[in-house]
Ligand binder design. Structure first.
Ligand code: LLP
Length: 432
């Protein structure tokens, strides 16, 4: 009935998440409110972890992409499931350090890392740094020498796969700010340079072909291209790369009509391609990493709002306004992302009308969605927007000086705050 398996309707006709009554949560913690089901986060982490281990014969690893959603407690949960972390800034690294995350299980990303970030990554002992470009390689080599260190690195490669066209195609692909181009020889030359460096150790190649991808073929194609590059490096430079990182991007069910393949199917199919290709090319099977973010966090989260104004414009549309909007969920204004929504206190009723859900920011485009099927919503109702666990809290802002909502974890009916709602004083805390 709902997009996520952890949502249900209780005897009072209220929406529940992870066994907790959402109307009660809204009353207890206030709105807007992000609610995440800890058990579903854990289930998702385990599914990825176990399938990677299974299909890559003990050589498959998961680094959760913290950009989807992170905070101290999320780092603790990820670590406790034996899953690593993909971090993209000194802020994400710092959060992991403060959470006591095992830093050797962290991969550090970014297309424009600062010297400060590179130094910090080495100092806190990240497992590997995914180097994006030559200037970074050279700066890293210098910083590592100063620190008398030799960090493991991977290279981010543009594999030339565009996963976002319906029929995926091999593109020119030079037009991306991320990584080394394959077809110009840039990637191969960079590998040669890295092999001559004394203070970095090249262990892997990385690619990430996009996000919210439903098809498995582009992932298979990317794996093939990457293994071919590994074979070229082995044959021409006599160096065998030991790790292959295939990035994230696994699509999730935002709308009832979405039907993403279960991750196990992805792992089975892509691992078969990797094994076959390794044997064809005479390569030892590398350690294989993936970096799912959305697929772990999004289905586990919902956002609760209180409905305020209702505006019916005859013959045009009905606006239902809520007490949040683009500041806590900028995905509609950025990408016209679609969600399912439910009036949480009327969740047992039919969704009898179609409305535009509007936020409270001073901006016409501040919408949660248009033409959304919904129960008849009136002022004071609680609105739940589903599958908001990824890229909502993490991309939230203080636009219009709105306070960022709290994040609450529920676990088998119990709830606890893991990120406090910002106070009014928080809003002025950096003002001088
Ligand atoms: N690895 C790398 C190198 C990435 O750039 C990303 C996402 C991931 C892993 C995780 O991808 P996922 O499994 O979550 O699809 N803000 C956008 C999504 C941006 C994704 C950026 N990179 C959104 O709200 O849809």
């Amino acid at each position: 009935m709902f997009v996520s398996e952890n949502l249900a309707v209780n005897g009072q006709g209220h929406l529940t998440i992870g066994g907790a009554d959402t109307v009660e949560l809204a009353r207890q913690y206030g709105t807007p409110l992000y609610v995440m089901d800890e058990q579903l986060i854990r289930t998702n982490l385990r599914r990825f972890r176990d399938s990677m281990q299974k299909y890559y014969d003990g050589k498959g690893y998961v680094h959760y992409a913290g950009k989807a959603f992170t905070c101290l407690e999320m780092c603790r949960v990820v670590a406790s499931e034996g899953v690593g972390l993909d971090a993209v800034s000194i802020g994400e690294l710092y959060t992991a350090v403060k959470a006591g995350f095992p830093m050797e299980e962290v991969g550090f990303h970014g297309n424009n890392k600062t010297d400060e970030e590179l130094r910090y990554a080495i100092e806190v002992g990240v497992g590997h740094i995914i180097v994006d470009n030559l200037s970074e390689l050279r700066r890293l080599e210098k910083i590592a020498a100063e620190l008398i260190a030799c960090p493991n690195i991977m290279f981010r490669i543009k594999p030339g796969i565009d996963a976002h066209t319906h029929q995926f195609i091999m593109t020119g692909q030079i037009d991306s700010k991320f990584g080394f181009a394959l077809e110009t020889g840039e990637a191969f030359d960079a590998v040669k340079e890295a092999l001559s460096c004394e203070n970095v150790r090249l262990i892997g190649l990385h690619c990430h072909i996009g996000s919210q991808i439903f098809d498995i073929e582009p992932f298979e194609a990317a794996a093939k291209v990457m293994l071919e590059l590994m074979a070229k490096i082995k044959n021409e430079l006599g160096y065998e790369i030991s790790a292959l990182n295939l990035g994230g991007g696994f699509g999730i069910k935002y709308l009832n009509e979405h039907d993403p393949a279960p991750f196990e199917v992805y792992a089975e199919r892509v691992s078969a391609v990797v094994k076959e290709k390794c044997s064809d090319l005479g390569l030892t099977m590398p350690d294989v990493y993936i970096e799912p973010g959305r697929a772990i966090a999004a289905p586990a989260g919902i956002t609760l709002y209180t409905v305020g104004a209702r505006k019916e414009i005859p013959g045009i549309r009905t606006y239902v306004s809520v007490d949040g909007g683009m500041a806590d969920d900028p995905r509609y204004i950025l990408y016209q992302s679609e969600y399912e929504a439910v009036v949480a206190n009327k969740a047992g009723e039919e969704r009898s009308e179609r409305v535009t859900i509007a936020g409270k920011c001073c901006e016409s485009g501040d919408l949660i969605g248009e033409d959304m099927p919904l129960q008849h919503a009136e002022s004071g109702d609680i609105l739940a927007v589903l599958a908001t666990g990824a890229y909502n809290y993490s991309m939230s802002s203080n636009y219009n000086r709105l306070q960022k909502p709290a994040v609450v974890f529920v676990n088998e009916g119990e709830s606890r705050v893991v990120v406090n709602r910002q106070s009014l004083d928080d809003l002025i805390s950096n003002d001088v």
